[in-house]
Design a protein. Sequence first.
Length: 394
Amino acid sequence: MSPPGLSPLTRRALASASGDYMARDLVELQRMQQRLQEGQIGHIWRFDVGSNTDGFSPLARDLFDSGFLAEMLDTYLREYPDNHYELLRRGLARRYDVEPECFVLGAGLESIIDHIARAFLSPGEECLIPIPNFSLYEDYSLRQGATVRTVPMQTLGPWSEADLQRLEAAMQAHHPRLLWISHPINPLGCALPMTVLERLVTLAAATGTAVVIDEAYGEYIDPDEAPCSCARLLAAHPHLMVLRTFSKIYGLPNLRVGVFMSANPEYRRGVLAYRPTFPLSWFSLYTCQLALLDDDWLIEARSRLSRRKPLVEAGLDALTGFERLPSQVNTVMFRHRRISATEVQHRLADHGVLVANLDQVSGIQNQGWLRMTVRSEADNAVFLAACAAISTDD
């Protein structure tokens, strides 16, 4: 007797085409690592991942440098981690002015997005995604057998009134079960006005639609004095979910701590139903608790970006053949007007520079867009020099 086969949903997941640019970029990284070993390039500069390349809070670094850490590790690594995450949830509650019970923590936003898709979507049910957007929304919805309805946004920036009306018309016509939104928009890097988000959340209540607003890059647009988050809408809108992460501005992507917020206890129970019992280690929780205390780190990260990014943008603007989009976060989308994204990515790789290739992202497929992450002044100069070599050769 032959062994049992995979489930229909698993086969659907394997067959679903992914627009995720990370898979393609990791293949490019492997090629570059091989060339580095062979001496063909001298260094690899990673501009492909949107985390804070300056690292994490000095509060956490001070812990690592102390003898106290060894004692704590010896104590806590013997035990299962706190499954309630009370200290971190209390800190998050103070930051976002939301009750502690509104928070669920997971192993990165990728896993939380997966749990949301499982909790809300069944085969044949519709979800709605304005595109371009974070490609995993589409991937994980398809894995559940859902019908993914995309609404192309004509403006590669904050949505125009016409874009917004098309999205609203789709909501009213199809009454989707779930609406996925990233804010700032990933990968564009632009913020949406709070009035627009509240308008969509209000309409979703009338169409019977649950709304996910993913604020993974939210700290980059927060004012210094307090977060400007859709978390403020949670109490009045039980159909709303808001996401944040410690992987971006906090500079802690390896700890895999994603944050889910909802005032709806049923939503929280639904997400928890698919989360492993112990998804996060003590070390991840404790380090994020320290990072959350360091407001000065966030303020300085935004200040550094405000100094560095204009130089990158001006450098790209000065190069023949290149164009870029405005951005409010630490990433910049750019392209060459005559050379494909894959060719530009390969040519930059010849200089040891790795960028994200966005050619498979829904809404901007095969339009030549790539994305770079703003790094240090010295690293940014390397990126611009590599682009200048392409401009000269063209």
